[in-house]
Design a protein. Structure first.
Length: 425
C-alpha cells in the first residue's frame, strides 16, 4: 500500500468528522444542521458592475461651426483605430465635406455678386456726383455772369435794371438749391456704398467661415494621448460610416490615465444606502487577481433608464485610489461599495431566518425541545443578518425549518424596553 496518500487521507477524514461534530449535535430525531450566532465584525455592501474612464480628459471636437452653416450631421470617412497613441497635431479623422463644398460654391458666387454690385454702385455714385459737381460749377458761373450783368445795368433804365436783378436772384437761388442737392446726393451715395459694402463684408465673412470650417473637417489631435472614441445616446461608439452631430461634435477624448474612475449604476432599491465618501473594493474582469480600492465621489439624484433594462438605475462615480499603468478606459470592473462596517455584533445566516405576517423568527434548540423564537433584525448583507434581540451567543439555531414545526406558535418578544418574552399563537 502507498503510504504517501494514506496520511493526507486520514487528515481529511479527521477534519470532516471534527467539522460535523462542531456544527451539529447528535440527535436521534433531528438531522438538521445547527449553528450558534456569530459575534464579530459585520460588513454591509452593495455590488455593481462598472466601466473605467479617466476622471480628466481632453475632448477632440469635430467642426464646431457646422450648425451656423446649417449642417447638422457629418459622415465619418476615415478614423484611426481606438486605443491609438497620438501626438499633438497628428491626424485623427476625416469627415465628408460634400455638403459643405456645395455651400462654399454658393457662397463664392454670392461673394462675386456682392463684389460686382459694390463696383457697380461705386461707379454709379462717382458718375452721379461728378455730374452734380459739374452742374454746380456751371450754375456758379451763370450766377457770376448774372451778377456782372446786374452791375452793368445800373446805368440802364429802371425796367432793365430790375430785370437783371431778377435774373441774378434766380441764378443765385438755383446755385444754392443745387449746392443743397449735392449734399443730399453725397449722403445718398455714402448710404448706398455702406449698404453694398455691408453685403460685400457679409458675403466675404460667410465665404471665409466656410473655408475655415472646411479645414475643421480634417480632425487633428489637440494634445498627446490615447484615443478613446465617444458614444452616442444609444451607447454606440464613433465609427467609420457613422456621423458626428453638430449639437455634440465630440469625436473622441484623450484621457489622463493617471487618475481613473469607475462609472457604475445602482438600482433604486440599493441607492438609498450609497453616499459620497464610502470606500469601495474594485476588481478587474481583465485581471481577476488584481484588487484596487476606491471611494464614492458622486451619486446621481435622478434615476435613468439604461438600454436593455426595465429598472431605473442611478449613476455612481467611484474614484480609484491607486495609479496603475495597466488600467485602460472601458475596462469592466466589479465594485463592492462598503455601506457599513460594524464591530462586535451578533449575526446569523439568512437561511436560518423565516418570516410570517411581518414577524421574523428562527428555530432554536433548547434542551430536547424546539422553540420558534421571534428575532429583531438589524442590517443585512448578501449572506447574513444582524440579530438585535432574541438570541445570544449561546443560542443554538437550526439552519433550516425542522420537520413538523411550521404550525407551532412563535415565542414573541415584548415591545422594546422590556425583557419579557410572550408566547402567542
Amino acid at each position: 500500500m502507498n503510504k504517501n496518500w494514506l496520511i493526507p487521507g486520514l487528515i481529511v477524514v479527521a477534519l470532516a468528522v471534527g467539522a460535523t461534530f462542531f456544527f451539529t449535535e447528535p440527535d436521534a430525531d433531528v438531522s438538521e444542521i445547527l449553528i450558534s450566532p456569530k459575534k464579530g465584525e459585520f460588513e454591509v455592501s452593495v455590488t455593481a458592475t462598472g466601466e473605467l474612464k479617466a476622471k480628466n480628459s481632453v475632448n477632440i471636437f469635430g467642426p464646431r461651426g457646422a450648425m451656423r452653416a446649417q449642417i447638422y450631421n457629418m459622415k465619418i470617412l476615415q478614423l484611426l483605430p481606438e486605443g491609438t497613441v497620438v501626438q499633438k497635431g497628428m491626424f485623427v479623422a476625416e469627415l465628408d465635406k460634400s455638403e459643405l463644398n456645395s455651400k462654399i460654391q454658393t457662397s463664392q458666387i454670392d461673394l462675386q455678386k456682392a463684389e460686382s454690385q459694390y463696383t457697380q454702385t461705386s461707379l454709379d455714385t462717382a458718375l452721379t456726383l461728378s455730374k452734380a459737381r459739374d452742374e454746380l460749377i456751371n450754375l456758379q458761373y451763370a450766377m457770376e455772369e448774372a451778377e456782372l450783368r446786374k452791375e452793368q445795368a445800373k446805368y440802364e433804365p429802371p425796367s432793365v435794371r430790375r430785370q437783371e436783378e431778377i435774373n441774378f436772384e434766380k441764378s443765385q437761388r438755383g446755385f444754392e438749391q443745387a449746392a443743397k442737392n449735392y449734399v443730399t446726393q453725397e449722403n445718398q451715395a455714402v448710404a448706398k456704398m455702406q449698404e453694398v459694402n455691408a453685403e460685400l463684408s457679409k458675403a466675404k465673412q460667410t465665404f471665409n467661415e466656410f473655408q475655415q470650417l472646411a479645414s475643421e473637417f480634417t480632425i487633428m489631435a489637440p494634445e498627446n494621448g490615447m484615443l478613446i472614441y465617444d458614444r452616442d445616446w444609444r451607447g454606440n461608439k464613433t465609427a467609420i460610416g457613422g456621423t458626428v452631430s453638430a449639437w455634440n461634435p465630440v469625436v473622441a477624448t484623450l484621457p489622463d490615465l493617471s487618475v481613473m474612475e469607475s462609472i457604475t449604476y445602482v438600482n433604486e432599491v440599493d441607492i438609498q444606502k450609497i453616499a459620497e465618501g464610502q470606500s469601495v473594493i474594485i476588481g478587474l474582469d481583465a485581471d481577476a487577481d488584481k484588487e484596487l480600492s476606491g471611494v464614492v465621489t458622486a451619486v446621481a439624484n435622478i434615476g435613468e433608464q439604461r438600454p436593455n433594462s426595465d429598472a431605473k438605475v442611478f449613476q455612481v462615480s467611484i474614484e480609484i485610489n491607486e495609479s496603475d499603468s495597466t488600467l485602460r478606459p472601458a475596462m469592466t470592473t466589479s465594485n463592492t461599495i462598503v455601506v457599513a462596517e460594524l464591530d462586535s455584533v451578533l449575526s446569523v445566516p439568512l437561511e436560518s431566518i423565516h418570516a410570517a405576517d411581518s414577524i421574523n423568527y428562527v428555530y432554536v434548540k433548547e434542551g430536547g425541545s424546539i422553540v420558534k423564537q421571534e428575532v429583531r433584525l438589524g442590517l443585512l448583507n448578501d449572506n447574513e443578518a444582524i440579530i438585535e434581540t432574541g438570541l445570544d451567543e449561546q443560542s443554538v439555531v437550526y439552519m433550516s425549518m425542522p420537520d413538523n414545526q411550521e404550525e407551532e406558535p412563535v415565542r414573541m418578544l415584548e415591545p422594546i424596553g422590556t425583557d419579557a418574552i410572550a408566547e402567542v399563537d
